[in-house]
Design a protein around this ligand. Sequence first.
Ligand code: GDP
Length: 312
Amino acid sequence: MLLWRSLTSSISWPRPSLLTAASVFRGRIPLYNRVNPCKPIAAGRRAASFAAPRPELVREALFVPPGVAKENVTVGMVLPGSNIVVGPYAGDARIKHADFVKSSSRAKDCPKDDRPEFAIIGRSNVGKSSLINALVRQKDIALTSKKPVCAVDDVLLCCWSAGKTQLINHFLINKSWYIVDLPGYGFAHASESARMDWSSFTKGYFQNRDTLVAVLLLVDASIPPQQIDLDCANWLGRNNIGMTFVFTKCDKTKGGKGSRPADNIKQFQELIKTCYREPPPWIMTSSVTGLGRDELLLHMSQLRNFWDNNEE
Ligand code: GDP
């Protein structure tokens, strides 16, 4: 567990005991246009795109998972629209079942079993509910911000906002691991005390949850970097909590007040890079086009399988 928590520090990974060839996934991952990874490559253009010159591999910027030596990484091992290398721990990433389990108002009330979990966190309106729904392919298993309260299995699920209940929502995936929906942060009009409340609530969860594999920190790529996201990233980095940056709304290339997602992502990475000895994994997603969904699930599978095989 401690080993996994040091994901963001410079460590040498042990050789995996259970190997699954990453090559088995080739062909399952949708192809993306490498100039604009927001756009999948049309089927007819795929052959031509293979013939195009490969971009240069900047190894220093990659997230290299356990079981892979940096010098052996090739372009084909990097998930499109991300800096994530697929390694031998990647496994079956499909979600076949997703069940809402419970809402907890305190970290100590969360499910008490040994199943690994991924916590999803981000600013209010970042697209967290949409991403959870897209990952599990179940409309409205999580809430969208337009519906702050709804009943699922007779249990009230609440999206936190200033003055509303903060709840940790557990979704059991394939009866073997959890997706955990944490309250959104950064409501523009939240009071100081509400913000502090969010802080102690979620920090308590992060620091005490032994089964936490990684935090998916959602960042809206359609707007320039926000200080509150940088603060959250810095806090997680300082506390050595393994995380993946999931950039949302990468389909929003026009209009709005922000610049292009690719520029915003680059700027965000520049701003956080001093906090990490090794580059944390990041990936571009869109709940509208499905960009990054399968890739993110594959990445989660390799984190999970490594965690399963190295749990202390
Ligand atoms: P939450 O508050 O973080 O749970 O955010 P929601 O999932 O409720 O999304 C907030 C708003 O952003 C909604 O209007 C969504 O339709 C929109 N949204 C979410 N994801 C995307 C996306 O990938 N692309 C675009 N264009 N809009 C999105």
